[in-house]
Design a protein around this ligand. Structure first.
Ligand code: CA
Length: 273
């Protein structure tokens, strides 16, 4: 996924660039509006600072929008609500206020991308095969499929989205707001009860392979269990039949022939969205 970062503030740009690289994004960094508009190569998303040295970022936003439908996320130190409104009116897809964390930006990028290309993203050629979390769990982000001990786990769409989000950075504490925003809606202001329901479902379906810790008053943290669960006192769903024979060796084409038998057939529970 290619990101065009338009930002004249070097420390901000540098930390953002590093963070994005860590998450597997390719980043092209320019410091002026002119350079941003001169760059005609295709991008998956543009991160656009409003306070640029040569031109108003809002003009750049409008010019980019006139040119095509690349998602634009405005980043700005201006806390002025007018900027936000005008930015969105000029065609920006989202808005992040400085200071911000890299994770917040990533969450917004993903939310915007999800709205652009609903379900399976095609632009993820940089991510071959499923991602592996510990010895038991794999998440195939291309196919949006999850395997536990080599068998496909049937997840409701939002359960999958939640798992995909939490596994982006195992061990990191994600606030309820971050999660709601990334998984449900970019402008979520309501209650977050549905989040608890989905967390409970993931805990049940993936018991033993991961732990989702609740941090009171803040949010959740996903921890990958590194043991095979063989000797562990497995919670009832931890014992899958194919356990231990390591047939899911990261190939991604593990056949999910067992789907629908018993444990994987809970789809639909708690999928209030
Ligand atoms: Ca600036």
């Amino acid at each position: 996924m290619r990101v065009l970062l338009v930002e004249d503030d070097e420390p901000v740009a540098e930390s953002l660039r590093r963070g994005l690289l860590r998450y597997g994004f390719e980043v092209e960094w320019v410091t002026t509006g002119a350079a941003a508009l001169a760059d005609e190569s295709p991008y998956d998303v543009v991160l656009l600072d409003l306070g640029l040295p040569d031109t108003d970022g809002l003009d750049v936003c409008k010019a980019l929008r006139d040119r095509g439908d690349v998602p634009i996320i405005v980043i700005s130190a201006r806390s002025d609500e007018t900027d936000r409104v005008v930015g969105l009116e000029l065609g920006a897809d989202d808005y992040v206020s400085k200071p911000f964390g890299v994770r917040e930006v990533i969450a917004r990028i993903r939310a915007v991308m999800r709205r652009m290309q609903p379900r399976v993203p095609e632009a993820s050629a940089s991510a071959p095969g499923p991602d592996r979390y510990g010895p038991r769990l794999t998440v195939d982000r291309k196919a949006a499929r999850v395997h536990l001990d080599g068998e496909e786990v049937s997840l409701a769409p939002k359960e999958y989205d939640l798992l995909a989000f939490l596994t982006e950075e195992p061990g990191a504490l994600m606030s309820r707001e971050q999660i709601m925003e990334a998984v449900w809606d970019a402008n979520w202001f309501g209650p977050t009860k549905t989040l608890d329901v989905h967390v409970a479902a993931l805990r049940r379906k993936l018991a033993g392979a991961i732990t989702i810790e609740a941090v009171r008053g803040v949010g959740f943290r996903l921890v990958v269990n590194e043991d095979t669960g063989a000797g562990a006192p497995g919670p009832e769903e931890g014992k899958a039949s194919g356990q231990g024979d390591d047939k899911a060796s990261g190939q991604g084409d593990v056949k999910a022939s067992r789907q629908g038998d018993g444990k994987a057939s809970r789809q639909g529970d708690g999928s209030a969205s």
